[in-house]
Design a binder for this molecule. Structure first.
Ligand code: GLC
Length: 426
């Protein structure tokens, strides 16, 4: 890429971020996702930090203003009324003043906090704002271990596929079969009016997404009860790695702010998590797998969820094996990293999280590979990511076989990641 290309793409990315900015939060994209999403916002803040530090902090602060009293940070905050999205506030029925969903999403906030804190030019503001966010993020992390790891195994479970952020991954298929569909209220999907139905989750999946929501709503969203009452409890290695990395990064910020207790607690959580993560390793696949906590067995589904752990401080040999899986993919695909192993017959190049490339995931993996010294494969993923942008613009996700843009266009988190990638590439 020439310096002119870089500066053109840099400016286009900022344009997308500004276009989706609603003042104190940013929507993922117009139409399809008209509210604030949890992990999207944390990625967005990383992008905003390149041109407006103050706005980046605000993005995260707005998210944490809607933290629940028990510590949970919801996956959607319905700041405005918009009929274009389903399921809306009435289906969730969480009873919050500003309506929110009742489930959570990958805790990128720990990582994002450290990035904003270390990169901010205005040190006084950074210290003040980090000091205010620190206890809130810690409260969220404590919530995870108390409510999603009730047996103290060191790893947390997701209770709904949407919590993983990888809505319709093949990882959930088997465990999802156990979720009934009887008795759900009639509904009309809105996502298929904004995007190609062939690229979206199926009706059978949607019925089960809603059954779980109605089940949890029936339990009054009491997080102390949801885990044991859920027929779907999956330990996702990617999700846990994000939490582990979050704990490590939170500890670094806490230490810098002179908060030794918070630092120690979070180092301890990370160490226990890293040790427990070993139980999810598959030698056969050269990557981690999800664990079905109901059956106690590993789920034979080699997805991106098992490559994301390179984002945490996993053993060097594991990081190298993950690097090899990615190199192998690169011999089969025009663009990497596919969200599911392309050699698996269940792979679908265009269907959301069952095959397509997502730049936020590429970003987490590039960061981890670089830290592990896997520079060659990291550079390859970086190049592929920037090639996709040049070829297909700021799409929600991309077909790894052709590079075709899929889902929503002018997508916030894709734009944010481009700013990050250009920086890493420089
Ligand atoms: C989809 C994605 C999820 C994301 C949301 C908003 O539901 O699967 O990860 O947070 O869209 O972009």
């Amino acid at each position: 890429m020439t310096p002119e290309d870089k500066s053109r793409i840099f400016n286009l990315a900022i344009e997308v971020l500004k276009e989706n900015d609603r003042g104190a939060y940013t929507v993922p994209t117009k139409g399809l996702y008209p509210f604030q999403w949890n992990w999207d916002s944390c990625f967005t803040a990383l992008g905003q930090a390149h041109f407006d530090e103050d706005r980046a902090w605000t993005e995260m602060e707005t998210l944490f203003e809607h933290q629940w009293p028990d510590g949970m940070v919801p996956h959607i905050i319905f700041h405005v009324h918009d009929d274009g999205y389903f399921p809306g506030p009435d289906v969730w029925g969480t009873g919050r003043a500003t309506p929110t969903s009742g489930i959570t999403q990958p805790p990128i906030a720990g990582f994002a906090l450290r990035q904003l804190f270390e990169r901010s030019a205005d040190r006084t503001a950074a210290e003040r704002r980090a000091r205010a966010l620190l206890p809130k993020i810690e409260k969220w992390f404590a919530w995870f271990y108390a409510n999603r790891d009730p047996q103290g195994q060191g790893l947390v479970a997701i209770l709904h596929p949407w919590e993983a952020g990888r809505d319709n991954s093949i990882d959930w298929d088997e465990a999802f079969d156990r979720v009934p569909t009887e008795g759900i209220a009639p509904y009309t999907r809105r996502d298929t009016q904004h995007a190609d139905p062939a690229h979206r989750p199926t009706k059978a999946q949607y019925d089960r997404y809603l059954w779980l929501v109605e089940h949890f709503r029936g339990l009054g969203w009491d997080n102390a009860r949801l885990h044991d009452a859920s027929p779907f409890q999956v330990v996702d290695p990617g999700f846990n790695a994000i939490l582990i990395r979050g704990c490590q990064d939170l500890a670094v910020v806490a230490e810098a702010l002179g908060n030794a207790d918070t630092a120690a607690r979070n180092r301890n959580r990370a160490a226990r998590g890293l040790a427990a993560l070993e139980n999810l390793w598959s030698d056969r696949h050269g990557q981690y797998l999800c664990l079905d906590r109901i059956t106690g067995t590993l789920i034979d589904s080699p997805s991106i969820g098992g490559l994301i752990p390179v984002f945490a401080a996993i053993p060097k040999s594991r990081a190298a094996a993950i690097g090899q899986v990615i190199q192998q993919q690169a011999t089969r695909l025009k663009y990497i990293i596919a969200s599911h192993d392309p050699d698996d017959p269940r792979f679908e190049a265009k269907r959301y999280w069952r095959g397509p490339v997502w730049l936020v995931v590429n970003y987490l993996i590039v960061d981890g590979l670089l830290a592990a010294g896997e520079t060659e494969v990291a550079a390859r993923v970086l190049r592929s990511s920037l090639d996709l942008i040049e070829q297909s613009g700021f799409a929600e996700y991309y077909d790894p076989l052709t590079g075709a843009p899929c889902g929503g266009g002018r997508f916030t988190w894709t734009a944010a990641m481009v700013l990050e990638f250009l920086d890493i590439a420089a």
